[in-house]
Design a protein around this ligand. Structure first.
Ligand code: SDX
Length: 453
């Protein structure tokens, strides 16, 4: 048993880490009047006071179900991991403000915090770092796996496939209810995702795969595997490694976003963690979600090629007859500002200075932000820069190609997915996720023979 599980046997901490708090109801309820009947539904409140109507008995007592497209008003779970306040621009991992973690923590420490619920002691952090470091190699037969993809395969397709592919090499640790197997899988996933991502990039550009180095820290190792070549020494720039570590921290969790909800839903079937994470990677790939960072740079490049005509793209984004939405702007929860975007924008200045990358796109991004923030369409809809608006500029300055940006997002989000999966699988409340529907198709009708059609 690793250091962590021995030191970490506290039942209270396990309960907190599993999110099995009940949410307090303090006797409050909501009254539903329908079809001549009145039904009382309990109101529960989270630790930050958010209220929710518990509709667990709704269908049994009223025959009604709810309809909520995109789950904009629907809570899927009780969770003790991440708190967001979209109006006040608050983001906290296990109660710690993102601003403090960004300034004082490291990605591996944040990964521990999200997964186990508390900041690690020095001994726990050393054990955790050692465990992750010593699992960064992937099975040598996975080289053939990468070779089987076309050179121009999107790295997110490769990453999602390789992640579920890992489960074929570790068939002994699939059981989601075996603590030792889960612990080993968590270490393997956090350790190996950077290797899988880097190798998908090396395959795409026809360079030799670069093996991980145990003397480098997490972010530096990813940079090394991405950009080193056997023909010459490669030195990781400390400011660049620090900026990448910061980006990974900022992406580490974000409560019940699309990809996290996917991980929870797939995991609720009790499939192994590799498969659940692979599903999350696929969901993150979408341009409305994690794929937005790549779309931001493509849009900035189009604006640059179009003579820097920012207003033209603002007008396109506002045009209801145009499906174009300004990537990197808007958020389902943040209706004021995304605290991560604020931090990333500051970091972008540092990285551009450290790398000497051209800041033409950064200048266009700043103009775009300036125009949008004063445009009535954006102001009225409370559309502000989100985490993806400036992150792509940093990845680009570091040297990542555009199609690798969402892979970086996935590596950052992995501890959040794992923590949320762990909370789901460990909760006595969990049932397989199976929403209902309102049927709008044809009513009953008889089969029509072919000759009669
Ligand atoms: C992430 O959920 C998370 O937490 C996600 C994330 C995480 O860490 O996991 O934060 C990461 O996915 C950030 C979001 C990255 N996506 C983008 O930047 C893509 C561009 N943004 C939009 O597609 C949109 O803002 C969403 C998808 C992010 C949010 O969409 P919603 O909440 O469903 O809101 P909506 O699409 O209904 O928009 C409301 C209105 C609409 O106009 P009207 O119909 O009222 O006239 O705002 C408009 C939208 O057309 N709108 C935009 C816009 N975003 C919303 N118009 C132009 N450009 C945009 N970017």
């Amino acid at each position: 048993m690793s250091e962590r599980s021995v030191l970490h046997g506290d039942a209270d901490l396990d309960r907190q880490a599993s999110g099995d708090g009940r949410g307090s109801s303090n006797g409050q309820s909501a009254t539903l009047s329908y079809d001549g009947r009145t039904t009382e539904l309990p109101v529960i409140r989270g630790s930050e006071g958010e209220p929710a109507i518990d509709i667990g008995r709704l269908r049994a007592e009223t025959g009604l179900i709810t309809m909520d497209r995109g789950y904009m008003n629907t809570g899927s779970c009780l969770s003790a991991i991440t708190f967001l306040d979209g109006e006040r621009g608050i983001l906290r991992y296990r109660g710690y403000p993102i601003e403090q973690l960004a300034e004082k923590s490291s990605f591996l420490e944040v990964a521990y915090l999200l997964t186990y619920g508390e900041l690690p002691t020095r001994a726990q952090l050393e054990a955790w770092t050692s465990d992750v470091t010593h699992h960064t190699l992937i099975h040598e037969e996975m080289r053939r796996f990468f070779d089987s993809f076309p050179y121009d395969a999107h790295p997110m397709a490769v990453l999602a496939s390789a992640t579920v592919g890992l489960s074929t090499f570790y068939q002994d640790s699939h059981d989601p209810f075996d603590p030792a197997a889960v612990e080993l899988t968590i270490q393997r996933l956090i350790a190996k995702l950077p290797t899988l991502a880097a190798w998908s990039f090396k395959k795409a550009i026809g360079q030799p795969y670069v093996y991980p180095r145990n003397d480098l820290d997490y972010a530096a190792n990813l940079l090394h595997m991405m950009f080193a070549v056997p023909a010459e020494p490669y030195e990781v720039h400390p400011d660049v490694a620090k900026a990448l570590d910061l980006l990974l921290i900022l992406h580490a969790d974000h409560e019940q976003n699309c990809s996290t909800s996917t991980v929870r839903l797939v995991g609720s079937s009790q499939v192994n963690l590799y498969a659940s994470i692979s599903a999350g990677i696929s969901a993150l790939w979408g341009p409305l979600h994690g794929g937005a960072n790549e779309a931001v740079i493509r849009t900035l490049e189009r604006i640059a090629a179009d003579g820097g005509n920012v207003q033209k793209y603002i007008d396109k984004a506002k045009d209801p007859n145009h499906e174009f939405k300004l990537p990197g702007f808007g958020h389902r929860v943040y209706k004021n500002f995304d605290p991560r975007a604020t931090i990333i924008k500051t970091a972008a200045d540092r990285v551009l200075a450290a790398t000497g990358a051209d800041d033409q796109l950064y200048e266009i991004a700043r103009q775009l932000e300036e125009v949008a923030l004063h445009d009535e369409y954006f102001v009225k809809r409370k559309l502000y820069p989100n985490v993806d608006f400036y992150s792509g500029l940093i990845y680009r300055a570091i040297g990542f190609p555009k199609n690798m940006f969402t892979n970086c997002f996935a590596i950052g989000r992995l501890p959040g997915w794992i923590a949320q999966w762990k909370e789901m699988i460990g909760s006595a409340d969990t049932k397989i996720g199976r929403p209902r529907q309102i049927y709008t198709g044809a009513t009953a009708r008889d089969y029509v023979p072919l000759e009669a059609r």
